[in-house]
Design a protein around this ligand. Structure first.
Ligand code: NAI
Length: 329
């Protein structure tokens, strides 16, 4: 039996990993806390560690894992911006991930945020429950014929485009590696500047890396159309969060939908309803009536959880036999 120490293990991770762990080769040890320098000793004796988006796999954690002889890291996600990749490679780690689990899950959530903001469903829900059937203040706008700018046209960007084409949106995109399927869907590639200056709605679907960190900042926001809708279901640090506050106050951004936030690791995935949140930028964002924030739930569907669990188990089983699964980084 090979022990896999699963960090950031929530009820649903335990349920799905246990359900699909058919072989008796792997045994999962679940740790509720995040992997960090404080918790890394819990991985002693493990064959591998299994981590999620907000675990911190920095140089210190990698060196400690290496000293315990733990050299396999299985990510239960696609993005890997939380890993010091250069150090991991230097130390000889094998890293595997779930590259595609359900682009449609994130795409549907993205469009859900757009529709909720454009038609104010979140307000209507509360109003009707209180017996208030007035429509004052609920006027929305059609997505039909709007120009949507998609930044990053990989799996999720493409899935989002397919849905939006059904709404009759005009799609413009930017990506250093244009995707033929986007052209087939009727999308047009433009420069980032053209996208920022012409889109009515901008949606981020590129990975977070050194080039894309704070891609959306005061300067790039200035280029956007007045009253633009901005959606981020990718990674929080693609946006310089502080810049959003000025843009919302100036009504440059008229609607903002976030499923991710720059400093979300201190906030998301926990019940903080009885806690004072010390992040003043996040708290200020929550006060705007035209901002909708969800707590990194774009991926969170039954279908995605099933694929994540099955792929993670297959990745680990392959590595336990000295084979590669093809999902290595
Ligand atoms: P992908 O790898 O299929 O596509 C990413 C695309 O972004 C690629 O085509 C790449 O060329 C492009 N790109 C890279 N740099 C760019 C730049 N500077 N400007 C424009 N495009 C650029 O990734 P996928 O599966 O579509 O995921 C996208 C992101 O969504 C992930 O990196 C992850 O951060 C996020 N994500 C969020 C989830 C959530 O629950 N909210 C769940 C899963 C992923």
């Amino acid at each position: 039996m090979l022990q896999v120490t699963v960090f950031s293990a929530k009820k649903y991770d335990i349920e799905y990993l246990n359900k699909f762990n058919a072989s008796d080769r792997l045994v999962f040890k679940y740790i509720e806390s995040r992997l960090s320098a404080e918790t890394v000793t819990l991985a002693k004796g493990a064959f591998a560690v299994c981590v999620f988006v907000n675990d911190i796999i920095d140089n210190e954690v990698l060196n400690q894992l290496n000293s315990f002889g733990v050299n396999i890291i299985a990510l239960r996600c696609a993005g890997y911006n939380n890993i010091e990749l250069t150090t991991a490679k230097k130390l000889g780690f094998t890293l595997c991930r779930v590259p595609v689990y359900s682009p449609e899950a994130v795409a549907e959530h993205t469009v859900g945020l757009m529709l909720t903001l454009s038609r104010k469903y979140h307000k209507a829900y509360n109003r009707v429950r209180e017996g208030n059937f007035s429509l004052d203040g609920l006027v929305g706008f059609n997505l039909h014929h709007k120009t949507v700018g998609i930044i990053g046209t990989g799996n999720i960007g493409l899935a989002t485009i397919k849905i939006l084409r059904g709404f009759g949106c005009r799609i413009i995109c930017t990506d250093p590696y244009p995707n033929d399927n986007v052209i087939k869907e009727g999308g047009t590639y433009v420069t980032l500047t053209e996208l920022l200056t012409t889109a009515d709605i901008i949606s981020l679907h590129c990975p977070l890396n050194k080039e894309t960190k704070h891609l959306i900042n005061t300067q790039t926001i200035d280029l956007m159309k007045n009253g633009v809708m901005l959606i981020n279901t990718s990674r929080g640090a693609l946006i310089e969060s502080q810049a959003l506050i000025g843009a919302l106050k100036a009504e440059k951004i008229s609607l903002l939908g976030l499923d991710v936030y720059e400093l979300e690791s201190e906030i998301f995935f926990e019940d903080l309803s009885e806690t004072i949140i010390n992040d003043d930028v996040f708290e200020r964002l929550l006060t705007f009536p035209n901002v909708l924030i969800t707590g990194h739930q774009g991926f969170f569907t039954q279908e995605a959880l099933e694929t994540i669990a099955k792929t993670t188990i297959n990745n680990l089983l392959s590595l336990s036999k000295g084979e590669l699964s093809g999902n290595e980084l």
